[in-house]
Design a protein around this ligand. Structure first.
Ligand code: BGC
Length: 233
C-alpha cells in the first residue's frame, strides 16, 4: 500500500481532446486536483500510454481505473472511432499495467461517468456530450456495458454523434446544436422511458435551454470519480 490509509486509485479519463487524471481514496473521494493534457495527435496507443505515464509521474497510487472512448471488453479496446485504428484489439489494461507496474482496470468512458453519477434506483440513462457521444444504461445501479447509442441513426440519415458531437457543434453553432439536443432528449425519453437521464461531458456547458425535470447534468469530474466503481467487486 502506498502511504496513508486505504488503497489509492489513479483514475484516468481518455478523451478525444484531453486526457485527465486524479487520485481517489478508497471511498472514491479526490485526493488530488484534476490534471489534464491534450490528447496527442495521432492518438495511437503508444502516444496515449506515454501521456498517461507522464501524468502519473510523481503521484502515489496502488491501482488504476481507465475510462476509454470506445467498446471495452476484459481490458481490450475493441473500437476507437475518435482515436486511432491501432486501438482495435489492443490490450490496454495489460499495456498500461506493464508501464505503471500497478493493476489496471478499463471500461467505456460513458459507463464510468454513469457509475459516478447514478443514484442506483430504477432505470437511469447517461448521455455524454464531448468529442463523441457516449451512452450508458443502469437498472437499479447495475450497468449494461458498452451501449453504443452514439453511432445509431438519429435524424436526416446521421447518427447521434454526427449530429451532436464536437465536430457538429463547431459546424452548426450553439443554437442549432441546442435544438438538436432538445429533440434527441425527447426521442430518447420515448424510446427508453428512463426515470432519470444524466447528461455528462464537456459540452454540457453549452446547454442553454431548460431541461425536463427528469434530466440532470452530471459534473465533469464524475467521469473520473466513477473509476472507483471498477474496483468494487
Ligand atoms: C464511442 C463511445 C464513447 C463516446 C464518448 C463514441 O464515439 O464509440 O464508446 O463512449 O464516443 O467518448
Amino acid at each position: 500500500m502506498a502511504g496513508g490509509e486505504g488503497l489509492k486509485t489513479l483514475a484516468v479519463d481518455i478523451g478525444g481532446s484531453g486526457i485527465k487524471v486524479m487520485v481517489l481514496d478508497e471511498q472514491g473521494n479526490p485526493l488530488t486536483e484534476r490534471d489534464r493534457v491534450e490528447t496527442p495527435m495521432p492518438a495511437t496507443p503508444d502516444a496515449v500510454l506515454q501521456a498517461i505515464v507522464g501524468l502519473a509521474a510523481g503521484k502515489v497510487f496502488d491501482r488504476v481505473s481507465v475510462g476509454f472512448p470506445g467498446v471495452v471488453r476484459q481490458g481490450i479496446t475493441e473500437t476507437a472511432v475518435n482515436l486511432h485504428p491501432d486501438w482495435i484489439g489492443f490490450d490496454l489494461a495489460k499495456a498500461l499495467s506493464d508501464r505503471l507496474a500497478k493493476p489496471v482496470r478499463v471500461a467505456n468512458d460513458a459507463d464510468i461517468q454513469g457509475l459516478g453519477a447514478v443514484a442506483g434506483v430504477g432505470v437511469e440513462m447517461v448521455i455524454t456530450l464531448g468529442t463523441g457521444i457516449g451512452a450508458a444504461m443502469f437498472l437499479n445501479g447495475r450497468l449494461v456495458p458498452n451501449l453504443e447509442l452514439g453511432h445509431h441513426p438519429f435524424r436526416k440519415g446521421e447518427t447521434y454523434e454526427e449530429q451532436l458531437g464536437r465536430a457538429a457543434l463547431d459546424n452548426i453553432g450553439k443554437k442549432r446544436w441546442n435544438n438538436r439536443l432538445e429533440r434527441a432528449i425527447d426521442l430518447l425519453e420515448r424510446i427508453f422511458n428512463y426515470d432519470v437521464l444524466y447528461l455528462g461531458g464537456g459540452n454540457t456547458k453549452k446547454i442553454d435551454f431548460v431541461l425536463p425535470p427528469n434530466v440532470k447534468i452530471a459534473p465533469n469530474v464524475t467521469g473520473l470519480l466513477g473509476g472507483i466503481a471498477l474496483w468494487r467487486d
